[in-house]
Design a protein around this ligand. Structure first.
Ligand code: AMP
Length: 601
């Protein structure tokens, strides 16, 4: 994040640019001349890189990701190389993946699931997750992968908003998280359980994956698909209210494909590893669609982060392109360069990062440890794909997110009183990051929330909710969020969802939740709690509340710290002033307090 403290040198002065001498890259980059690529780019040409459904029947993500390769020279190439948590391995070629996804699409038909109905997937990174996502896209269902570390509450909210008709999950996850909320989910008609290797499952009101899916035909013809048909539903968080279900269409594959080509520099023979979980948008757009539409081999590792395990994967799988995230990079940095040295990473040629600000130190450390910098890029759930990136052939300015993709017009804008926005032309002035609306993977709506969706736009601009600056060379620099959402280990967390869960506890009168800066996770979730009369703060109560939140929300979302407060600062209209809680926590100036109710200090 850019520190603009007066008198502090700018990052550009502290961290010299990393120059990429022309012709020095091992593999000629897909985007060699940025200016020419931007000038010549058209979305039509990008779309023409995909096949479309046979007979001009439209565009379906799963056809582009699977079937077109299964029908061609890549048929026997590994599409997914799965590495299980306990050492198991499973390789699915494009041909295999076609058969498996066809079976799953047929299973949905067999169950009577119609086009447009929603299929949710809640699983660790297991092959069935990938098969279900792609198979459901073939059947023209709307797919929503959920993060397996969510607790029952976030799951119930999302399945409810998305009117989940089918849920694919595993037996342990079902027992721990879903069985107890099933009665709240009237739309949920079918739960398909993937069993452990050991045995078929016999849980009441559920179906066994193998009994259902393995029995289906491996042939399936994808029905005509309008590129504007809904395909993916990804949940994201705002400052207030329930999570937002961002809807994406089949045409999004055009962005996934071309950004995989340009920003991740995917080449035909690459072994690509995206470490993100499909429960978050990166793991779907870049853990499934971008690599497969580009016909490369995508490594799927079930294990969570652990530096030696990850270095082992890079070495043993001969990963050539690696897409990861700042929290993991910071954890690797902590172990030092020497921990990398023992591994043969000769195959690795490009590394990228996304999801939260990438410290300039981490970019430079990448160059020391791996012989190449991490290439930061920026995007969000709503954009569906990478919008701003450091490209393989481009000089890297550590701390900058890079430059807009060809086909993407970005700007830093100022909001005017009348709701319009004005692009700021001068370099290095802070404003809101905006993108000219209309790229293929742009969200098409928030489910049931027309007003919230409408508010994302001003004239031709889509407003991202991020604050940024642009320098004279067109590089973008992240400044911060314009709202109160929290980014913890790359996961976007809505404070409202956390506050609501805390307030379900009988001792809690009010809760205010903020992101507290943390050297590893970027931010951690911290809650301030006002107790109801009759309850007094104690260590035992703090632990009870932490446990309550963890049970309801899951480890990824629950607060890590709780402080008690006699009265929380509120606006005159009664809203908790999170901004003020944060300023006080960090010892920063409290800013404009004109809307503060009473004296709460
Ligand atoms: P999500 O929708 O969960 O992918 O979160 C998107 C948000 O993550 C963005 O709006 C940014 O606030 C943040 N983000 C993503 N990539 C970057 C990046 N490269 N640098 C700084 N912040 C980022």
């Amino acid at each position: 994040m850019l520190d603009q403290t007066p008198g502090r040198p700018l990052l550009t002065e502290l961290y010299p640019r990393i120059v990429k001498p022309r012709g020095a890259l091992r593999v000629p980059p897909n985007l060699a001349d940025y200016a020419a690529a931007c000038r010549d780019f058209t979305w039509q040409a990008a779309r023409a890189r995909l096949d479309g459904l046979p007979g001009g029947q439209g565009l379906n993500i799963a056809h582009e990701a699977v079937d077109r390769h299964a029908d061609g020279p890549r048929a026997d190439r590994a599409a997914l190389r799965w590495l299980g948590r306990t050492g198991a391995r499973r390789v699915l070629t494009y041909r295999d993946l076609r058969a498996e996804t066809n079976r799953f699409a047929n299973a949905l038909r067999h169950l009577g699931v119609s086009e447009g109905e929603s299929v949710f997937v809640l699983a660790n990174r297991i092959p069935e997750l990938y098969i279900a996502v792609l198979g459901a896209l073939k059947a023209k269902c709307v797919v929503s992968p959920l993060f397996s570390a969510f607790g029952p509450e976030p799951l119930a909210t999302r399945l409810g908003i998305g009117a989940g008709c089918v849920l694919v999950t595993t037996e342990p996850l079902y027992r721990r998280k879903v069985a107890g909320i099933r009665a709240q989910l009237p739309t949920l008609q079918h739960v398909i359980l993937v069993p452990d290797e050991s045995a078929a499952t016999d849980v009441p009101d559920t179906l066994d994956w193998h009994r259902l899916v393995d029995a289906q035909s491996a042939d399936f013809v994808i029905p005509p698909t309008d590129p504007q048909d809904h395909a993916l539903l990804h949940f994201t968080s705002g400052t207030t209210g329930r999570p937002k279900g961002a809807l994406h269409v089949h045409e999004a594959a055009v962005t996934h494909h071309i950004t995989g080509h340009y920003a991740l520099d995917l080449h035909d023979d690459d072994i690509f590893w995206c470490t993100a979980d499909p429960g978050w948008v990166t793991g779907t757009s870049y853990g499934i669609i971008a690599p497969l539409t580009n016909g490369v081999t995508s490594v799927v590792a079930e294990a969570e982060f652990d530096a030696p395990t990850w270095y082992g994967i890079l070495q043993n799988e001969r990963v050539s392109v690696w897409y990861t995230a700042p929290t993991a990079i910071r954890m690797m940095m902590k172990l030092g360069v020497d921990a990398v040295r023992g591994y043969d990473l000769a195959a690795l040629r490009f590394m990228a990062s996304v999801g939260e600000p990438l410290n300039p130190e981490a970019v430079v450390w990448g160059a020391q440890a791996f012989g190449m910098p991490f290439h930061d890029n920026w995007w969000q759930t709503e954009t569906g794909g990478i919008m701003i990136a450091n490209f393989a052939a481009m000089d890297v300015k550590p701390g900058s997110m890079g430059r807009p993709l060809p086909g993407i017009a970005a700007a830093v804008v100022r909001r005017n009183e009348d709701g319009s926005v004005t692009p700021i032309e001068q370099p290095m002035i802070e404003g809101e990051l905006a993108l000219r609306a209309g790229w293929p993977s742009m969200l098409r709506g928030y489910l049931h929330e027309e007003e919230r969706y409408r508010k994302c736009f001003a004239g031709p601009w889509y407003l991202t909710g991020d604050l940024a600056m642009r320098d004279a060379e067109g590089y973008y620099w992240f400044v911060g969020r314009a709202d109160d959402v929290i980014k913890s280990s790359g996961h976007l967390i809505g404070p409202f969802e956390v506050e609501s869960a805390l307030m379900e506890h009988p001792a809690v009168a009010e809760a205010g939740v903020i992101g507290k800066p943390d050297p590893m996770a970027g931010e951690i979730v911290k809650a301030f709690i006002e107790l109801k009369p009759g309850f007094t703060p104690s260590e035992a109560l703090r632990r009870e509340l932490l446990g309550h939140a963890r049970k309801r929300l899951g480890a990824a979302v629950a607060p890590k710290e709780i402080d008690f407060s006699e009265t929380l600062p509120r606006t005159r209209s009664g809203k908790i002033m999170r901004r003020l809680l944060k300023a006080r926590e960090l010892g920063l100036p409290e800013g404009d307090l004109s809307t503060l109710e009473g004296d709460t200090r």
